[in-house]
Design a protein around this ligand. Structure first.
Ligand code: SF4
Length: 335
């Protein structure tokens, strides 16, 4: 496989992320605080997102997937790399420069209750971003816009005077989606938006995301910790491990033929609906924990847990090799 080429030139992409790094400093000393190291939360992530496309981003807790989303939304500051959104390089934008772009790039969070102010009525929660951006309009226009956002996400506009605690978990997530969409964004970063919901509700909310994307032409980065959740919605999927993408592929290619041993392990963790098959299928559970994100990287970050590890895996760090937009994998079995 060939190393991926630079991601920057294509104007049709809504988002281009090149060699993104987010390192959080570790400081020591009670009085004279000095930097004693860094947590490499994101450590060289490169991908593109086309208009109308959904990229699923998957990996276990601490792999850097949520920090990647926050860095793209410029809610944490990148340490290195470039981020281009709708053709504009936003890597060095401060909050003032980001404000007009925030309308076009919204986030939906994991915890629909924690992200909604419990003392605000639903109408005020949805109206707030319009007021922040100075586009609320007159009372009648605002009411109409709130009602349209609620209806679009399957909420009866008559419920606008209720408070978040009066809704179920699924309904609260619909409120969070309505609030994100009222600004008419082009990109929505969905950070584990169904993880806190009952399994029976998850499919409804994923279907809502699909329906809204197709109706409104939205692009999504859809972050989740398992491959089952992103399967239905994603066009492509990036698997992250210890701050890096270890495999990225079109959805059907990834599910049909996962290449990276870590992707295979995530695939094996997806439950099979048939209980008899589920009880008898061979297990490929990944043992142990990922290594520390603070120590030096020596060899493949997955080598201590990898069932296919070879002697060179402990010495040589594999590079993501392949074709951007098609398939790329970071593993010595495929270089
Ligand atoms: Fe496993 Fe080696 Fe591939 Fe890493 S490079 S995933 S240790 S086979």
């Amino acid at each position: 496989m060939q190393p991926p080429a630079s991601t920057m030139p294509d104007a049709d992409d809504i988002l281009r992320v090149e060699d993104l790094k987010v390192h959080f400093p570790i400081t020591r000393g009670a009085v004279f605080r000095r930097q004693a190291g860094a947590v490499r939360a994101v450590d060289g992530v490169t991908f593109t997102l086309a208009r109308g496309e959904t990229l699923g981003v998957v990996g276990e807790s601490g792999c850097g997937k949520s920090t990647t989303g926050l860095a793209i939304a410029r809610m944490v500051t990148p340490t290195a790399g470039r981020i281009a959104f709708e053709g504009v390089d936003i890597t060095d934008f401060d909050q003032d420069h980001m404000r007009p772009l925030r309308r076009r790039m919204q986030m939906v969070y994991q915890d629909p209750y924690g992200s909604l102010n419990p003392r605000m009525k639903v109408r005020d929660i949805i109206a707030e971003p319009l007021e922040v951006h100075g586009i609320a309009g007159g009372r009648a226009a605002l009411k109409e816009r709130i009602a349209a956002s609620m209806a679009m996400t399957g909420l009866a506009p008559a419920m606008a005077d209720r408070y978040p605690h009066e809704f179920s978990g699924g309904q609260r997530q619909r409120i969070g989606i309505a609030r994100a969409l009222v600004l008419e964004p082009s990109l929505v970063i969905c950070d584990e938006p169904v993880s806190a919901l009952d399994v029976s509700i998850q499919a409804q909310i994923v279907n809502l995301f699909v329906d809204l994307r197709d109706r409104l032409g939205l692009s999504y980065i859809f972050i989740a910790h398992d491959l089952a959740v992103v399967r239905h919605i994603s066009h492509r999927i990036a698997v992250m491990y210890l701050g890096r993408i270890v495999e990225i592929a079109r959805r059907d290619d990834l599910y049909r033929d996962p290449l990276h041993p870590y992707t295979k392990a995530l695939m094996a963790a997806i439950p099979i609906p048939d209980p008899e098959l589920e009880a008898t299928r061979p297990r490929q559970i990944v043992q142990g924990e990922p290594p520390s994100a603070t120590g030096p990287r020596v060899g493949c970050a997955f080598h201590r847990r990898c069932p296919a590890a070879m002697p060179r895996c402990a010495q040589e760090d594999p590079v993501l090799m392949g074709t951007p937009g098609e398939r790329a994998v970071a593993c010595h079995l495929h270089d």
